[in-house]
Design a protein around this ligand. Structure first.
Ligand SMILES: C[S@@+](CC[C@H](N)C(=O)[O-])C[C@H]1O[C@@H](n2cnc3c(N)ncnc32)[C@H](O)[C@@H]1O
Length: 204
């Protein structure tokens, strides 16, 4: 979806997404000691704020100026160590070898662009750093609810594992489909969404 459309979606006075962080983030990060984190496609920052509350120093990145402005206001209000950057991820190159954790939640781009974003994110990890990717799974249109309805921007654990298999510095620790109650956005109330969840670690 084009940046102007995202700005439009974010331009209401209310927050577009709930402020509660993703349950998957909470579970997957529970045992990881804090350090430098990068949240890509951060939206209004619900996951970045959760990480900051756990002691992480977070950089939150999104291409929507409106979302970033809302994130900045919340950061001041909550007095949390979150820096914000407006960046288009199809061009953005995070500094290599710089982060202990990189999170990407519900970013959906055509595969050619998305795979580049993922490989640049992998290069930005420090040794032992963790990349946590969560998005609407390719089966979500048929069997789940909510999320993009264009199959070309959805992906599966197998797609991501195959891509990360081309990068010998990455070890995939988890790659699976998970069902959960609707996490955010429009969807059938009471129905489960199907997410693709991948956790990978840089081994050197
Ligand atoms: C569904 S929202 C998810 C927000 C957040 N990760 C969360 O889980 O609450 C997707 C976000 O991706 C951002 N986005 C989409 N394409 C982008 C791009 N090319 N560069 C940077 N951000 C992008 C949108 O502005 C939006 O904030």
């Amino acid at each position: 979806m084009h940046k102007d459309k995202w700005n439009q979606r974010y331009s209401g006075t209310e927050l577009l997404w709930p402020q509660e962080p993703s349950e998957i983030l909470k579970k997957e990060m529970a045992d990881i000691p804090p350090g430098q984190a990068l949240d890509l496609a951060a939206g209004e920052g619900r996951n970045a704020f959760f990480l900051a509350k756990q002691g992480w120093e977070v950089t939150a990145v999104d291409f929507s100026e409106v979302a970033v402005q809302k994130g900045l206001e919340l950061t001041r209000k909550l007095k949390l160590p979150v820096k914000w950057e407006v960046q288009d991820l199809t061009r953005y190159r995070p500094a290599e070898g710089s982060y202990d954790c990189i999170t990407i939640f519900y970013l959906h781009l055509p595969w050619e662009e998305f795979s580049e974003v993922l490989l640049r994110a992998a290069a930005a990890l420090r040794p032992q750093g963790v990349l946590l990717l969560v998005g609407h799974d390719s089966t979500n249109i048929e069997a789940g609810t909510g999320g993009p309805q264009d199959p070309d921007v959805l992906y599966s654990p197998a797609d991501i594992t195959a891509l990360f298999g081309t990068n010998e510095t990455l070890e995939v620790e988890r790659a699976e489909r998970q069902q959960q109650a609707l996490d955010h956005g429009e969807g059938e109330s009471g129905a489960a969404q199907i997410d693709c969840v991948v956790k990978a670690r840089r081994i050197e």
